[in-house]
Design a protein around this ligand. Sequence first.
Ligand code: C2E
Ligand code: MG
Ligand code: MG
Ligand code: MG
Length: 250
Amino acid sequence: MQQLIKDALKQNRFKLYYQPKVDIKTKKIVGCEALIRLTDPIEGIIPPYRFIGIAEENKMIIPLGEWIMQEAVSQIKKWEQTPLKDIKVSINLSAIQFQDPELLQKIKNYTHSIERNKLDIELTESVLIKHFKERLKVIKGIKELGISLSLDDFGTGYSSLSYLKEIPFDTLKIDKSFIDNIYTKDDLTFINMIVGIADDLHLNVVAEGVETKEQLKLLEEIHCKEYQGYLCSKPVPPKEFEELFSLHCV
Ligand code: C2E
Ligand code: MG
Ligand code: MG
Ligand code: MG
């Protein structure tokens, strides 16, 4: 598998797809999340759950993560002179990438050619479980570069309110599992709570995995700021994303 990833990198077979983040009030696309795909001559497009875990186990996620960052930065540069110039692009950073002592320096180097506020980094709480102090230092370093920070899959796993207090996040992303169950009273209560916390802390809040108009309506009613999900679009290649952008999302 290690060799497979190395070969795929060499053969340029990884692709970044982009999924819109939509402002719920204006219905405008304001950002996107870059999500990796592996193209295979036989199998076609291979989704990340098939290789990210393995790439984390054998640490190939470190060079792969660097490719992802370079690719996203190059996309931001391409969009600089187009109507998409204000789009914010989020990338996902794996906890394993934080084991790399050079991570912060690498981020700095890879992003020197763009306005860094066009880049957002999504982290999950798994980054913070071990070596909290060291991780916090790196995360604050990233933030000081001008890159914004999102807390991904919020509400699942090891969510702790103390993370919100100590880490300078800009955005909370409400996990899809809550949105799936938004019709049940408890889940709507939790979503409402998370939106309230985000509001009180002056953070942006994104609902993940919105698939229906009914879900969007409920999110609108509780003043959730942004959504991401198949209702607008699946993750798509850059060209298709550009087309989506010139249209309008629901
Ligand atoms: P994530 O970061 O939480 O990304 C959101 C996932 O939810 C994406 O799956 C996206 O396609 C999916 N999704 C969004 N809206 C909907 C919806 O309405 N319905 C459904 N059923 N799914 C929706 P994807 O692209 O398969 O990625 C899965 C996970 O793999 C990501 O979860 C992330 O943890 C990881 N991943 C993906 N790309 C990267 C990457 O470039 N780097 C790293 N480190 N991890 C990545
Ligand atoms: Mg994410
Ligand atoms: Mg997520
Ligand atoms: Mg996830």
